[in-house]
Design a protein around this ligand. Structure first.
Ligand code: 3E9
Ligand code: MG
Ligand code: MG
Ligand code: MG
Ligand code: MG
Ligand code: MG
Length: 364
């Protein structure tokens, strides 16, 4: 067995925040999982103690409570799919059959009245989620939520093909896959619903605004890869994360960890500068959206270092108790990943070499 990896404090310029109703929301999400019997008994017993409601309360600290609960139930449901079917289930090794199941689920999300998968708990849970998405969102937001679910599903089918073959994608393919298979983009419509606005297409679909959301996804999923590495490596069978991709390029685990941290630090610095630029030019709704993206990043960090999902108390992960106020790599320079290197063309290079106007030190 490899020596235990110590994860150092990770750079974050965002302040922690949590919805005041977090404790009730967390309890209600566990109850929702029981009501809909999400996952096997064994999986559900694990999920209900992972503070998933608390995670949602960190993503939307000022959001409408009903939508914070909706997001919490949805994230739990996503783990029912990602853990239950993809990473721990049979279908995770059968991409064709997985694609069939996921298409059926998409139809249930799109047409909840269709008499399909009537005995399937995940389908029943999804019908309930759709009902609540309709209640708090616009028709356009419902449609985008369904589309985002499809892009998440598409990416986990790709991942399943690697799982079946036992292969590890290269860094460019992994980056592209990870922009979707971390299920970050399916959360985005709910950020709007929680604050009762709809970002208009001319603003939301601007390349730079999409890029800001992609950068947030990159940071959230790289952070997840860093914090979940212990959990993932100790699990039986195949696993895929950024560290494994970098190890395959010839790095030791330690070098892979340092490299992944440097990559997410550079994207974080770029995200902060792009978000400042967009907030100056944008509508109040865009400013709200950008604030929510930042809460999403910080919420995933706070949840990532504290949830038993990742700390695994029976075989403890060596995770940092705090965050750092300094990036290990603050260079305004593309990562050498063709799929995302264009991000660095969206923001002018900073005038000072070290670059960043950073906010004051903040820890959890
Ligand atoms: C995350 O990747 C998989 C998603 C289905 C998790 C659901 C979470 C969200 C929608 C919010 C995004 C938050 C993240 C990525 C922490 P992975 O590596 O399978 O997650 P794991 O928890 O197993 O490390
Ligand atoms: Mg709890
Ligand atoms: Mg996964
Ligand atoms: Mg996972
Ligand atoms: Mg992970
Ligand atoms: Mg706020």
């Amino acid at each position: 067995v490899d020596p235990e990896l110590t994860v150092p404090p990770i750079y974050t310029p965002m302040a922690p925040a949590i919805h005041p109703r977090h404790a009730d929301i967390d309890v209600q999400t566990a109850a929702w999982a029981e009501t809909f019997r999400i996952g096997s008994e064994e999986l559900r017993a694990k999920l209900v103690v992972q503070d998933i409601g608390t995670f949602s309360a960190r993503i939307l600290p000022e959001g409408r409570e009903e939508v914070v609960s909706l997001l919490a139930d949805f994230v739990l449901w996503l783990f029912g799919v990602d853990d239950g079917h993809c990473e721990e289930g049979e279908l995770g090794h059968r991409p064709g059959d997985l694609a069939g199941l996921l298409h059926r689920l998409i139809r249930v999300a799109q047409n909840p009245e269709a008499p399909m998968m009537l005995d399937d708990p995940l389908a029943a849970g999804l019908r309930d989620l759709r009902l609540r998405v309709d209640r708090y969102g616009t028709p356009g937001q419902t449609a985008r939520w369904v589309d985002a679910l499809r892009e998440y599903f598409f990416s986990v089918v790709w991942e399943a093909a690697h799982r079946r073959a036992g292969t590890v994608p290269d860094l460019n393919d992994y980056t592209l896959m990870r922009l979707y298979d971390g299920a970050t983009s399916v959360v985005l419509p709910m950020l709007e619903m929680a604050h009762g606005y709809e970002l208009q297409p001319h603003e939301r679909d601007r390349t730079a605004v999409r890029a800001a959301a992609e950068m947030a996804s990159f940071v959230i999923t790289w952070d997840n890869d860093i914090f979940s590495h212990h959990k993932e490596r100790r699990s039986p069978g195949y696993y895929l994360n950024a560290l494994r991709v970098l190890e395959q390029q010839g790095m030791t685990t330690r070098q892979a960890l340092d490299t992944a941290i440097a990559q997410r630090d550079r994207v974080m610095c770029l995200y902060v500068r792009l978000a400042e630029q967009l907030a100056r030019e944008g509508s109040p709704q865009l400013r709200r959206y950008l604030a929510s993206l930042s809460h999403f990043i910080r919420g995933a960090q706070d949840w990532g270092i504290t949830s038993v999902r990742y700390t695994t108390p029976d075989d403890p992960a060596d995770l940092p108790p705090v965050f750092s106020d300094t990036p290990t790599d603050g260079r305004h320079e593309p990562l050498g990943i063709p799929a995302v290197d264009w991000w660095w063309t969206l923001v002018p290079a900073p005038s000072t070499p070290s670059g960043s106007r950073r906010t004051a030190a903040r820890t959890a």
